[in-house]
Write a protein that binds this ligand. Sequence first.
Ligand SMILES: *Cc1c(COP(=O)(O)O)cnc(C)c1O
Length: 232
Amino acid sequence: MTDSNNNVRENLDTVLSQIAKAARAVSRPPADVTLIAVSKTHDAESIAPVIAAGHRDFGENRVQEAQTKWPALKTGAPDLRLHLIGPLQSNKAADAVALFDVIHTVDREKIAIAISAEMTRQGRRPACFVQVNTGREPQKAGIDPGEAEGFVAACRTQWNLPVAGLMCIPPAEELAAVHFGFLKDLARRTGLAQLSMGMSADFEAAVRHGATHVRVGSALFGTRKKMETEGN
Ligand SMILES: *Cc1c(COP(=O)(O)O)cnc(C)c1O
């Protein structure tokens, strides 16, 4: 095993204990928070030690990249859960439904309809999160906060999607806690129990604000070599 693999295992222990500490600080059981190890841009060799350490939740932001890496990695750990955390194009909906166990980025009618049709066709029902653009950033994916309640209702009743929760990516230059608090209120209003929020820079704050899923990449695997764009 190389040094960098040892580092990834150490980082995993560190992040898990930081999550546990943040959870206990607000009287939440640490087991209520799922750490999604965001492995985008990292190859199978970097990911394998994290699987070997017993970790089972992984996130990727591109369908195509995930298709090249994960089928082989999954054969060694059939119980692992793969999370799609990047924007989804409707022409990738079939592949996404086939490969992923959770889709965090349902954010518009066209995508909801495409996923719903694929679920029916394939007989697979990955859990869905509705992504909310809490900062109303034009370049960012996510439903407008003002339309979120209606969209969640339509996902449930019109398209029969298994909606588990809400997801957000706060604007980089704003206080993340405000966005986490907003998302938590919105989840309460829509009767959703799960919150996908918090990344390497702010996952402890997210846990204190009720995150059930934190998406952590660089704090585990190190900084990524190139700035990847969002999406597929
Ligand atoms: C890359 C990515 C992350 C992880 O980011 P880090 O800052 O490396 O922890 C989390 N969420 C989404 C949607 C991402 O694209």
